[in-house]
Design a protein around this ligand. Structure first.
Ligand code: FPP
Length: 261
């Protein structure tokens, strides 16, 4: 499907299951394994990233068609700047071209875009594209697509704490009134529900400095599929895993069953 780039409605993907209660409101994905996918085919790593864009498109269409409220994708971590400069440059160009190409379909499907991460190091072109894409989708009311680029969970928490410290220093905030919600409001994900379902492809079982604060109660799903191969069936398996989880948020299983009855 990924090669047809004409804008179209997401209802071209298979329909949502009947029970919307088991659909995660917010899905967060670490898209891992592009490099290994390419290496296995004797291709340059950058070709894996190019193929990864198709899987990204599939994930966006799938989640939007199922009524997911927010989808957060980890596209580039604070630590990814340490990769060889040719790979970093390819990834940055890929973000620019993907934004340009995908924007009409996102607009048509009422999707709102938000970028999170440290933008300072981006080229002017990428900064401009991000600004343009966020502005063009600002009034959309459908799924929020959050792209984490140059993002780190520790950076996010540190920046939020710094903002609160300034408010305290200026006398606008009483330290005794600081709550979980106060910090939530300063994070780059402010206004979004915490992720219900976290997916990491590519076989590693770690969070790699993704949404550290926001993932406190998230169901964690790890799979060995490499990101370019992560298709609708693989997404469906992750959603089925989520549907089978009992979410207790610190309570006992008996309490949860009692509340459901
Ligand atoms: C991790 O695979 C993947 C990345 C660092 C880049 C992810 C980017 C895309 C999928 C491009 C599309 C994204 C958008 C938002 C348009 P890896 O290189 O770490 O793979 P490896 O672990 O096999 O080396």
């Amino acid at each position: 499907m990924g090669h047809d780039t004409r804008p179209r409605r997401f209802d071209s993907v298979s329909p949502a299951p009947a029970d919307s209660a088991v659909i995660p409101r917010h899905v967060a994905i670490i898209m891992d394994g592009n490099g290994r996918w390419a290496r296995a085919r004797h291709l340059p790593r950058t070709e894996g990233h190019r193929q990864g864009v198709h899987a990204t498109r599939t994930a966006v269409r799938f989640c939007a068609a199922r009524g997911v409220q927010a989808l957060t994708l980890f596209a580039f971590s604070s630590e990814n700047w340490k990769r060889p400069s040719a790979e970093v440059n390819t990834l940055m160009s890929l973000f620019v071209s993907a934004l340009e190409k995908e924007l009409p379909e996102l607009v048509q499907n009422n999707i709102r875009l938000r970028f999170i991460g440290e933008r300072e190091a981006f080229s002017d072109k990428l900064k401009h594209r991000i600004h343009e894409a966020e502005a063009a989708t600002r009034d959309n009311t459908g799924m929020e697509l959050v792209i984490a680029v140059s993002y780190g969970g520790r950076w996010d928490i540190t920046a939020a704490v710094r903002c609160l410290a300034v408010e305290v220093a200026e006398g606008r905030l009483d330290p005794a009134s600081i709550s979980v919600e106060t910090l939530d409001r300063q994070l780059s994900t402010a206004g979004l529900p915490d992720p219900d379902l976290f997916i990491r492809t590519g076989g590693e079982r770690r969070l790699s400095n993704f949404l550290l604060w926001q993932l406190a109660y998230t169901e964690l799903y790890f799979c060995d599929v490499l990101w370019p191969d992560f298709d609708e069936d693989a997404l469906q398996a992750a959603f089925e895993f989520f549907a089978g989880r009992e979410r207790r948020f610190g309570r006992t299983g008996e309490q949860v069953s009692h509340e459901r009855a």
